[in-house]
Design a protein around this ligand. Structure first.
Ligand code: HEM
Length: 417
């Protein structure tokens, strides 16, 4: 059996941090393979890219998640004890709780709440010389997410809570003081939501039965017990945090509208029925957000002539799979119409993970993400007018999450009647 192609560095962590979205696919091109072995944070790791790698990665008889998560990410972005680290029956049971929040009626409720926030937040924009769209979206989406999830957000706390939730995803991938800020934010946010869970259980507050906070606070595990307040808080934040993080994609929506005026014209005209969806799908494919996901090999197996030993960490390259030329013609071109022909495979387009939403770890919030991005596209093309002043719109690919350098400044905002 041939050995796996091997990166000859002692440890590739720095190379990965320098270019987190493109490191794996670049190295795979060097080796002429879909996978290679390296060390990340001194631990042997197999890196894979492409649809066949994704199909393998989501085979749960071969991989598990428990123990796979990188510690720094768990202590900031995700928290401890959440659905991401569960396997098998425990995972399916917890995942069902999340999926029950994603009915068309519940998603419509979130869209309606968010529409009110767009209207209310955008009015003061017209009175300012300019605003930074990415920064404005944090508060707008925090208000919408908490409102929809049934988490009380007193006006006096809006700023502080917005800062904490934002730090969970905006600073999690950093090193140094920013990373420590994210860890502190995680502690504070966990404590805040633990309190909310305790208050729901003691009926001091009564959010609607179908709200995320109520469903999670009252959820019982396979053992028939309520989740600990800490784990319940982590799961409520697994709903609120990523809704606020959709601000990253909305910033890229604005970026794409600016760089591809022909797409903007189609959206302004109302497009044909499917065009808004093709547009946001292309934003999710083209722009960088979540670079990769990790799992551990359950027990030895062979794949394509290579040995995967028990316990080995395996990382799947999401960004590179979305830019794989075997699936996507001219992958570096922004072409929403390509989604007219897309085969719908759960393994070749994986911005939020792949496989099956119920059975695998694929993102529970994919429909919410698509709908909130469509709503933002509509708002930015048909509800307001604005000017895009001179600024540095280059995307910083070394940052996690990647963003335009300027965070997208707009000026001369006018609301349509
Ligand atoms: C899982 C990305 C929005 C809830 C994931 C995964 C990714 C991802 C890459 C992991 C997939 C895997 O491990 O195989 C994103 C991105 C989003 C987003 C880029 C855009 C902002 C959302 C939203 C929600 C959500 C809006 C809920 C309201 C979850 C949950 C999981 C998850 C609960 C864990 C699923 C599991 O472990 O079974 N997401 N997500 N996400 N996402 Fe999202």
């Amino acid at each position: 059996m041939p050995p796996l192609p091997r990166d000859n560095r002692l440890d590739a962590t720095l190379a990965l941090l320098k270019d987190p979205y493109r490191f794996i696919s670049k190295q795979c091109r060097v080796y002429g393979a879909d996978l290679f072995e390296t060390r990340l944070m001194l631990r042997k790791t197999i890196c894979m890219t492409g649809p066949e790698g994704a199909r393998l990665f989501y085979d749960q008889s071969r991989f598990m998640r428990h123990g796979a998560m990188i510690g720094r990410i768990q202590k900031t972005l995700l928290g401890r004890g959440g659905v991401q680290g569960l396997d098998d029956a425990a995972h399916r049971h917890r995942k069902q709780m999340f999926m029950s929040l994603m009915t068309p009626e519940r998603i419509e409720g979130l869209i309606a709440t968010t529409a009110e926030e767009w209207q209310a937040r955008a009015r003061p924009w017209a009175l300012k010389d300019e605003i930074v769209l990415y920064d404005e979206l944090h508060e707008l989406l925090t208000r919408a997410a908490c409102g929809w999830a049934g988490v009380p957000l007193p006006e006096a706390q809006v700023r502080q809570r917005t800062r904490e939730i934002t730090a969970l995803f905006d600073a999690a991938g950093s090193v140094g003081p920013k990373h420590w800020r994210a860890r502190l934010a995680r502690k504070r946010a966990d404590r805040w939501i633990e309190n909310v869970v305790v208050q729901i259980r003691s009926r001091q507050i009564r959010p609607p039965v179908e709200s995320a906070a109520r469903v999670i606070a009252e959820h019982r595990g396979l053992d028939g017990e309520l989740l600990s307040p800490h784990v319940a808080a982590v799961e409520v934040l697994n709903v609120i945090r990523p809704i606020v993080a959709i601000g990253v994609y909305i910033t890229f929506v604005a970026h794409a509208l600016h760089h591809y005026p022909e797409c903007r014209s189609k959206l302004e005209a109302g497009g044909d029925g499917s065009y808004p969806e093709f547009f946001v799908q292309e934003v999710r494919r083209f722009y960088p957000f979540f670079p990769a996901v990790a799992a551990l090999v359950r027990s030895d197996f062979d794949w394509m002539g290579y040995r995967f030993p028990s316990g080995r960490r395996v990382i799947l390259d999401l960004y590179g799979t979305n830019h794989d030329a075997r699936t996507w013609d001219s992958p570096e071109a922004f072409q929403p119409e390509r989604f007219r022909e897309w085969d719908g495979s759960p393994f070749n387009f994986v911005p939020q993970g792949g496989g099956d939403h119920n059975a695998n770890h694929r993102c529970a919030g994919e429909w919410i993400t698509i709908e909130l991005m469509k709503q933002a596209s509509d708002f930015l093309t048909r509800r307001i007018r604005y000017h895009v002043p001179e600024q540095d719109l280059r995307i910083d690919y070394s940052r996690l999450p990647a963003l335009p350098q300027s965070r997208f400044i707009i000026s001369r905002v006018r609301l349509h009647a």
